[in-house]
Design a protein around this ligand. Structure first.
Ligand code: ADP
Ligand code: ADP
Length: 235
């Protein structure tokens, strides 16, 4: 079962004469329950691919299917709802709300979706906080947390609504190498212990070593799709 697939995906920015071909025909299958890294040099199309897979951006041609739904079949309202309910996001810049505690930030997606926070939701909240090692930080404001802790809260927020996929865009870009390793370890733990499918865009080789699968993009094409059958850590 694939969490997401892309077929013949192209994305062209700009107008005739000055076009930029960011994606030139991408076919990928992202298996469920695995940690996939999308790698490649700056400008190779990684972010564009992630944005198309996540329904944040529309491809010029080709087909994206996420969790069995063809994104092209959804109108804007349905796509927004789909993203909110079925997809989680982790960004380089954490994007936590400064006036809310860590615990409140984590529950925010449920509030925004108008979902009641009952017993099952609280249990999931506790489970995720335990897996990510932030149970003793839930009452703190983001400003009272280290960068690594803030990113773990952001990961918890991405996981709370049990999304089909969590997309992480350069999640360690603002962290030092020790903290990066810690955050990558927690992303990996989310895949192992919660069965979460995670797709991470990164240009850091160290970060990709935490993934099960690595898709290498160059000049808008898939150069290679490496899978690690043992799922042992590479470094
Ligand atoms: P990466 O994430 O690998 O750095 P991107 O997907 O951001 O690559 O960009 C791929 C190409 O598309 C680059 O040449 C970039 O300049 C171009 N590009 C990205 N976004 C836009 C945009 N909104 N308008 C025009 N060109 C863009
Ligand atoms: P940066 O890498 O510059 O810090 P981010 O990683 O925060 O930027 O964001 C990457 C892209 O994702 C941006 O182009 C932005 O439009 C989009 N984005 C950021 N936050 C959200 C969000 N909460 N929901 C949807 N899209 C977002």
């Amino acid at each position: 079962q694939d969490a997401a697939t892309a077929r013949g995906l192209t994305k062209t920015y700009g107008r005739a004469g000055t076009e930029v071909h960011a994606l030139r025909g991408i076919d990928v299958d992202l298996p469920a329950g695995r940690f996939t890294a999308i790698m490649g040099p700056s400008g190779s199309g990684k972010s564009t691919l992630m944005h198309c897979l996540a329904g944040l951006d529309q491809a010029t041609s080709g087909q994206v299917t996420v969790d069995g739904t063809r994104l092209a079949d959804l109108d804007d309202t349905a796509l927004t709802k789909f993203r909110r309910d079925r997809v989680g996001f982790v960004f380089q810049s954490f994007n936590l709300l400064p006036m809310l505690t860590a615990g409140q930030n984590i529950l925010l997606p449920l509030e925004l979706a108008g979902r009641r926070v009952g017993r099952p939701e609280r249990e999931r909240h506790n489970q995720i906080a335990t897996v990510l090692g932030i149970t003793d930080r839930l009452g703190h404001l983001p400003s009272q947390l280290s960068g690594g802790q803030q990113q773990r809260v952001a990961i918890a927020r991405a996981l709370i609504s049990n999304p089909a996929i969590v997309f992480a865009d350069e999640p360690t870009g603002n962290l030092d190498s020790t903290t990066s390793a810690e955050v990558l370890g927690f992303l990996r733990t989310s895949v192992r212990e919660l069965g979460q499918t995670v797709v991470m865009v990164t240009h850091e080789l160290d970060a990709a070593a935490y993934a099960d699968d690595v898709i290498v993009i160059a000049d808008g094409r898939v150069r290679s799709h490496l899978t690690n059958p043992t799922r042992e850590r590479l470094v």
